[in-house]
Design a protein around this ligand. Structure first.
Ligand code: SF4
Length: 444
């Protein structure tokens, strides 16, 4: 009998509509590359299929490969794809496993006859234990026993235990993985979870709410070994510990590493560390993604952002003065009135913010906010949990009108970006056309 040790690791496509950021931001499947490295080291035969880059359909890949094990991860918006692929894998006789950010908290949504295991933590070694027939020794997971599910308590994972990711797949698709004009762009993770507790954000509840960080020397060694120039540090908040950042800068200089970096950072850190930001700029920090969230203190307070408008303005001013590209991220709240949408555009213009990303307020399914908004939900389709859809009824206007103001804001920001020539690699006509199509589809 064939000793089948093939293990297919899948990251589904983001969406099947054109209304996404494919071709603008395509993320290296880092989580799968950690698992790949671990499985290979244990004598399995792993394969990665990433829906962002693959041309062959996942179901065809499953049929061709006939894996013994199948693992899929994804976000809320990918839930339908994750289930579809599990069904196909189960039909092909594979042991099916689900993990990733969405499944960690919403594991019950995957209690299906065609799913065998749901992982509820970051501990990738639980996957190995299952594949080696040692599921009894695994921690953070749910196991299907016929039509019943056994739930084991999720445990925080020490990120220092992760192996080096195997980037074979990434290097095979260098023409695809990018962050805006930074292509190819590798992902590096230095920590799990976030020490802050912003109310709209579920990321601070991951890893059981425990912040776990790697030794910064190890991070720098990993970066030094990367065969690409651009590095996206995907921590929820990289600019957290001043001491750790200083050590990072020292080691990058000591090793003579010359790369461009993208990272997330909070406005309060940037605002109070101008000199440090200058040093980060000097070693190659190119984009800093900042959750500005709102253009008034009332919303910032309500979001428990622990920041204020003065701090936001100051942070953007500092980054602008240093020549670091700020990607300011905003939320359009469901209590927004027409003036609030206009207010975001005015703020962006007044503060000469070159890059702005706008998300619609979305109560994540795993968060207490979901219960709070339950009676106002207008959809239950998980694919709408992409921060581009209105999922709960706005309080000050109809859904149609809300979409209208939201899309007007997007078009204005896009035209502004086009005039400034900052996204020259983007097909503006295509994207503005796509926004306008949604404007008419969702309402105006
Ligand atoms: S700082 Fe950012 S990642 Fe952390 S809780 Fe707030 S929004 Fe979430």
């Amino acid at each position: 009998m064939e000793d089948n040790r093939r293990f297919l690791l899948v990251h589904p496509e983001i969406s099947r509509t054109k209304y996404n950021f494919a071709g603008i931001i395509d993320n290296e499947p880092l989580e799968l590359e950690y698992i790949y490295a671990m499985l290979k080291g244990a004598g399995f035969e792993p394969y990665i299929w990433d829906g962002q880059v693959e041309k062959q359909a996942c179901a065809d890949r499953i049929k061709e490969l006939r894996p013994k094990f199948f693992y899929v991860c994804g976000r809320t918006r990918q839930e339908n794809f994750m289930k579809e692929y599990c069904r196909a894998a189960k039909a092909a006789g594979a042991v099916t496993m689900v993990g990733g950010l969405h499944a960690q908290h919403c594991y019950k949504r995957f209690y299906e006859s065609y799913v065998d295991y749901v992982f509820t933590g970051f501990d990738i070694f639980d996957i190995l234990k299952v594949a080696e027939g040692r599921a009894s020794a695994a921690g953070s997971l749910c196991i299907r026993n016929g039509s019943r599910w056994e739930e084991r308590k999720a445990c925080p994972f020490d990120i220092k235990k992760l192996p080096r990711p195997d980037r074979t797949y990434f290097y095979q698709h260098l023409d695809r993985y990018r962050y805006l004009e930074l292509i190819p762009c590798a992902h590096v993770r230095t920590a799990y979870c976030c020490p802050y507790r912003c109310r709209f954000c579920y990321r601070n509840t991951l890893n059981c709410g425990v912040y776990s960080a790697r030794d910064i020397g190890d991070v720098v060694e990993e970066i030094a070994a990367l065969e690409v120039e651009n590095v996206y540090i995907i921590d929820d908040d990289f600019l957290f510990s001043e001491k750790r950042i200083r050590e990072f800068i020292r080691l990058v200089r000591e090793k003579g590493i010359k790369k461009k970096y993208v990272c997330y950072g909070r406005a309060d850190f940037i605002s109070s560390h101008k000199e440090l930001m200058k040093e980060l700029r000097d070693i190659g920090f190119y984009y800093v993604l900042v959750g500005l969230e709102a253009t008034d203190d009332k919303h910032l307070y309500r979001y428990n952002k622990k920041s204020d408008m003065y701090t936001n303005s100051n942070a953007v001013e500092i980054l602008n003065s240093l020549g670091i590209n700020t990607m300011g991220m905003f939320i359009t709240d469901l209590d927004f009135k027409r003036e609030d949408f206009k207010g975001i555009y005015r703020w962006v213009k007044r503060h000469k913010l070159r890059h702005a990303a706008i998300s619609i307020f979305t109560p994540e399914m795993s968060s207490p906010l979901y219960d709070e908004y339950r009676s106002r939900l207008i959809t239950k389709d998980p694919s709408h949990w992409d921060y581009l859809h209105v999922v709960a009824k706005p309080s000050a206007m109809s859904v149609k009108r809300y979409y209208m103001y939201y899309h007007i804001l997007l078009v204005k920001l896009f035209i502004r970006a086009w005039r400034q020539g900052i996204y020259d690699f983007v097909d503006y006509k295509y994207y503005i056309g796509s926004i306008l199509k949604n404007f008419f589809r969702f309402g105006g």
